[in-house]
Ligand binder design. Structure first.
Ligand SMILES: [Zn+2]
Length: 207
């Protein structure tokens, strides 16, 4: 008996925590969705680059002309003289965009002499492969190329789920208050059919 009462009190707490987690993750998702869209639009007016550099390695993410490139460059001794850590850079103008698109096209097209063959075709709008190093003793660099807009799709899932849940919550609330679940019209005088939008609250409850 004692167990059941304690369990009864923990379930709402769990549910509330889950709801908070869901809302928080939705908010993060929505922020990333907006950020990706901003990056996508910006990419047509210049090239944005984010890179992380250590003494010999560098990971670069650049966006230009609606496309992105993620590159992992390893074992470049010359990096030791450059600034280390996370850095961002923006090259404005159409020329930077053209250069970025030319580089993307030459690498993903497989005509580039430094692309390890056979080059992979685009899969789901993405291309990835290895760039050969002119020095055969050095390992190749890993490259991923693709369009920016598909990156926003995963961030849209949680906000859509949230809106869907919100719609259900709104309908339930309207029903509880004797309002039409479809349009919110007061149904206390006509509980069988909404005079405003013609919805039948009874059939809507079944679906
Ligand atoms: Zn209605």
């Amino acid at each position: 008996m004692r167990l059941s009462t304690s369990r009864r009190s923990t379930i709402p707490v769990m549910r509330r925590l889950l709801r908070w987690a869901f809302n928080g993750m939705t908010l993060v998702s929505a922020a990333l969705l907006v950020a990706t869209c901003v990056l996508w639009v910006r990419s047509y007016f210049g090239v944005d680059a984010l890179f992380c550099r250590s003494e010999t390695d560098q990971i670069v993410f650049c966006a230009g002309g609606g496309q992105f490139a993620l590159q992992d460059i390893e074992n470049y001794p010359s990096y030791s003289s450059l600034k280390q850590g996370w850095q961002t850079r923006r090259d404005p103008g159409s020329r930077a965009v053209r250069d970025q698109l030319f580089w993307n096209r030459s690498v993903s097209g497989g005509g580039n002499p430094f692309v390890k063959k056979p080059s992979n075709p685009y899969r789901l709008g993405f291309w990835w492969g290895t760039l050969l190093n002119p020095d055969p003793a050095m390992p190749g660099d890993f490259v991923v190329i693709g369009y920016i807009w598909p990156l926003s799709v995963p961030w849209g899932i949680l906000p859509l789920l949230w809106l869907w849940r919100f719609r259900h919550w709104l309908r339930d609330r309207r029903r509880e208050h004797g309002l039409c679940p479809a349009c919110g019209y007061d149904l206390r005088a006509t509980p069988d059919r909404c005079p405003e939008c013609g919805a039948d609250p009874a059939t809507r409850r079944a679906t």
